[in-house]
Design a protein around this ligand. Structure first.
Ligand code: NAP
Length: 277
């Protein structure tokens, strides 16, 4: 915790005007009576380094970084946690009193905490996981699944070489599947995770065939606008255990808030309601 009398934090990206992070951090600031603030900051790639050097001089104790700065932020940071290095991206920066920048990644933590909350009976050893997508978010999900002991991960991405690159990095537990076969890999999966932007409001439709989904399979969509995506809606009808993507956003923020502002906050119904309002 900082001795700064009015600690500031924010989210840095190129399209953060409608980010829900300010609402959630402000909810906790109020709940824990911390005098501080959390703001959205639109920053271009060209200005990221300069902005990160300036923010601590303005009372900022840390920042979240989102699309497209997660990889660059890790490179700019002076120090990084093992998990940020492993994932190859940072979503959280802390500005230290000595002027250095520490990078961490709490996306994998947020993903697992959300899964444990939404599907308490999920057993990582129950069977293979099927993961759709090989972008920045997929890196955190693969890392988290390997860490909790999932033995086999089937991975499909529209651009297959990106999935192959993740297999080369994350190892032999990953099996790459052609994008056109993505529906088939769900048949034997204990867990299905969509890490693509498909199904998100304003993005392309989710068209992967879902006939292979079995009752009891845990299905998680990282997309949370809409909250019940077409994938989750179909999975619910098929008898799957569905977990929405909003919880990941809420849970990944817990260690950020604690590191910057002090108290460890709760993810509860009040927070969900505040963020959805
Ligand atoms: P990213 O690095 O840009 O990756 C985007 C992924 O979506 C890639 O795998 C891409 O495939 C795929 N994709 C995009 N359009 C597609 C299409 N028309 N058909 C098939 N695949 C398509 O983005 P990201 O950071 O990984 O984020 C991905 C999604 O996760 C976003 O919707 C983001 O909002 C969400 N997310 C949610 C949370 C949360 O807290 N719930 C956290 C992080 C991210 P190609 O490689 O072929 O382009």
């Amino acid at each position: 915790m900082t001795d700064n009398q009015f600690p500031m934090a924010g989210v840095l990206g190129t399209s953060v005007a409608h980010s829900r992070s300010p609402t959630l951090h402000r909810h906790w600031l109020k709940r824990h009576a911390v005098a501080g603030d959390y703001v959205p900051l639109n920053v271009s790639d060209a200005h990221l380094r300069e902005v990160l050097q300036t923010l601590p001089k303005m009372g900022f104790v840390g920042a979240n970084v989102t699309i497209p700065h997660k990889l660059t932020a890790l490179k700019i940071a002076d120090f990084a946690s093992d998990r940020a290095t492993l994932i190859g991206a940072a979503n959280m920066l802390t500005f230290r009193a000595d002027g250095s920048i520490y990078a961490d990644n709490t996306d994998g933590y947020g993903f697992m905490a959300n899964l444990r909350s939404g599907a308490p009976d999920f057993d990582p050893t129950a069977g293979p996981a099927a993961v759709l997508g090989a972008g920045g978010a997929a890196r955190a999900i693969l890392s988290a699944l390997i860490e909790v002991g999932v033995r086999e991960i089937w991975l499909a991405n529209r651009t297959r070489p990106k999935a192959e690159a993740l297999k080369a990095e994350f190892g032999s537990r990953i099996h790459v599947v052609d994008w056109v076969q993505a529906g088939n890999m769900m048949e034997d999966a204990a867990l299905v995770v969509n890490t693509t932007a498909l199904g998100m409001t304003g993005q392309a439709e989710f068209r992967v065939p879902l006939d292979g989904l079995r009752p009891g399979t845990v299905v998680n969509d990282l997309v949370y606008t809409p909250l019940e995506t077409p994938l989750l809606s179909h999975a619910r009808t098929a008898g799957c255990v569905t977990v929405d993507g909003l919880g990941m956003l809420l849970h990944q923020a817990v260690p950020c808030f604690e590191r910057w502002f002090g108290p460890r906050p709760e993810v509860d119904d009040d927070l969900r309601a505040a963020v959805l309002a």
